[in-house]
Design a protein around this ligand. Structure first.
Ligand code: DGY
Length: 325
């Protein structure tokens, strides 16, 4: 019998084709709720499950699962309890690399959009309130010369730093706050002499723009809370393209309302798709629906990688991009 794959939400080509060539594919008509996904995983009907970051694959689900592995259609895998998967001998794969540039583009877009008040400007034009050029219409912030603080120094952090340098920003970074091991001169590579490594506290206090590029885990949940927001510059802008729960969103709304910081550009939210109360009403925010990796090419590359991961798992091999041993 061929391999059997469960795909929780349809993915673009060539993902489906690769899976169909390797076996039998069941694509669910709509994203499953937790109980439905748990029942499918426990059914013994599938070798590998191709999940989305909306699918919660926690310890109880994994304890009952009769699958060889999970292929997550994302680079992030905070939706999966990796320790539990490892304990139950369930392999997990992800899709790193292919979405780095697209996500860094969105970080840069949010930096520019928040600095230059693009949402307010767009709305003004659409509302028929543009009455001609004015000396003081919608004045924003200069990006060139401003300090970009990068939290993290992984692939997307570095790609964002590269773009920011191109825009004439001064880039400082803190590897994996708080208190992670510093990046060595060797590891700095192309960035040596161009970016400055600082402590987490200095990053918070010096950044004109603070861009978050850390994975979500127990150390980074609410990394940016009321206390950290209170230490940022009053004219600082927070950018989040990583994961929503890295920021205490209710505290962010308070900080934006009361002028503790000046603005925010967010592609991710704490409880997606819901927004914290009051966030959508704030003019000093740019809000995107988690589209960091949303280009035709990237999503199709993610589909290819996640299909190949699932096929490798079904065949009893390690996924191309294994998250756990
Ligand atoms: C990821 O891959 O982790 C992104 O958040 C979605 O592409």
């Amino acid at each position: 019998m061929g391999h059997r794959f469960l795909v929780t939400t349809a993915i673009p080509d060539p993902g489906f084709q690769l899976l169909s060539d390797a076996g039998e594919v069941t694509v669910l008509p709509e994203p499953p709720d937790y109980e439905t996904l748990a029942a499918f995983c426990a059914s013994g009907d599938f070798d590998a499950v191709l999940t989305q970051l909306r699918d919660v694959v926690d310890a109880p689900l994994l304890a009952g699962a009769r699958v060889k592995g999970i292929s997550n259609y994302a680079v992030g895998y905070n939706n999966i309890d990796i320790d539990a998967a490892t304990r139950h001998g369930i392999l997990v794969g992800n899709t790193p690399g292919v979405l780095t540039d697209a996500t860094a583009d969105i970080a840069m877009l949010l930096i520019l959009g928040a600095a230059r008040r693009v949402v307010e400007a767009d709305r003004l034009v659409r509302d028929g309130k543009f009455h001609g050029w004015e000396p003081e219409l919608l004045l924003g912030r200069d990006v060139s010369g401003a300090v970009l603080g990068v939290a993290g120094f992984g692939r997307i952090a570095r790609a964002t730093a590269r773009r920011a340098l191109g825009f004439g920003m001064q880039v400082i970074f803190s590897p994996r706050p708080p208190g992670d091991r510093p990046v060595s001169e060797d590891e700095l590579g192309e960035f040596a002499g161009k970016v400055q490594q600082v402590a987490w506290s200095e990053l918070i206090e010096r950044s004109d723009f603070l861009s978050l590029h850390v994975p979500l885990n127990e150390d980074t949940r609410h990394l940016v809370d009321a206390q950290i927001l209170g230490r940022m510059k009053p004219d600082a802008i927070l950018i989040n393209t990583a994961r929503g729960p890295v920021v205490d969103e209710a505290a962010l709304v308070d900080a934006l309302r009361s002028g503790v910081i000046a603005g925010a550009g967010l592609d991710v939210f704490e409880d997606e798709p819901k927004l914290a109360a009051g966030l959508a009403e704030l003019p000093n925010t740019v809000l995107l629906p988690h589209v960091g990796s949303a280009t035709v090419r990237v999503r199709s590359e993610m589909a290819r990688l996640s299909a190949l991961n699932a096929i490798a798992i079904a065949e009893g091999r390690l996924p191309l991009h294994p998250v756990n041993p």
